[in-house]
Design a protein around this ligand. Structure first.
Ligand code: CA
Length: 258
């Protein structure tokens, strides 16, 4: 699932602050560059376009983009060499565009440090979804709190990884603790399963969102008085999970089963 309401809101408010995620598009075909710009601007990103490889390298050095969309066949400097150059000074994620369907070409691109590739022609929808996916998995992990978090009936000590429920310590596994800390560090913020996977488990586990549900289940059995009516970790149907700082039980707290 690529729909992440919270992320969209973030992007829009960043754009309003002049801190929008910047994407450098290195593409010599003007109509493709314009389409890419159109759809990504609509998705809330700031776009800078370079029409050849040399300009691409120059703009990368100047703009420090958050992501580069890089065409392979470029005038002046070939896309492969642009990538090589960029990799000498940064780990900016790169989405390669290629007109070639050859497996070899694709592997070469990924070998040289591209994060993903798209074969032309591609749909706007696919482009936007790939861009979001790359940015999501390369995004810096949000800072979790290092100070003791206090909620009604619940204390979380990040430094010692100690959790107390109604004054009694509970034993959590490392993942359960990180899951709870991630949620409780941003009370009321809705985290999709995918977001929790990438934050708690890291990129390599992307794709198996049931892992999150399983761990939420074991976490609830340890911290909730009634895991079926959770006070702290609430399920938002189809959206994910959030931490309720009030610690109030609600009878509809769990997901309806489809
Ligand atoms: Ca080209």
């Amino acid at each position: 699932m690529d729909d992440q309401p919270t992320r969209d809101v973030e992007i829009m408010s960043e754009a309003a602050n002049g801190l929008a995620t910047t994407i450098l598009v290195v593409e010599d075909e003007e109509n493709i560059a314009n389409l890419v710009r159109f759809y990504l601007e609509k998705a809330g990103y700031r776009i800078v376009v370079a029409a050849d490889g040399a300009k691409g390298i120059e703009l990368h050095a100047r703009e420090h983009p958050d992501l580069v969309i890089l065409d392979l066949m470029l005038p002046k400097v070939h896309g492969r060499d642009v990538l090589k150059q960029i990799r000498q000074w940064s780990q900016t994620p790169v989405l390669m565009l290629t007109a070639l369907r050859g497996e070899e070409d694709r592997i070469a691109g990924l070998d040289q440090g591209a994060d993903d590739y798209l074969t032309k022609p591609f749909s706007a929808r696919e482009l936007v979804s790939r861009v979001r996916a790359i940015l999501r998995r390369t995004a810096p992990r949000p800072a979790t709190s290092t100070e003791t978090l206090r909620f009604p009936g619940l204390l979380i000590h990040p430094a010692t990884r100690r959790v107390e429920i109604d004054g009694h310590a509970v034993e959590l596994t490392a993942k359960e603790f990180l899951l709870l800390l991630t949620l409780a560090s941003a009370p009321d913020q809705v985290f999709s399963r995918e977001a929790l996977l990438s934050r708690v488990w890291g990129f390599e586990y992307l794709g198996d969102s049931r892992t999150v549900d399983v761990h939420i289940g074991t976490l609830r059995r340890k911290i909730e008085r009634d895991p079926a009516q959770p006070r702290y970790v609430k399920t938002l149907w189809r959206a994910g999970y959030k931490f309720d700082p009030q610690g109030e039980a609600e009878s509809t707290g769990d997901a309806p089963h489809a």
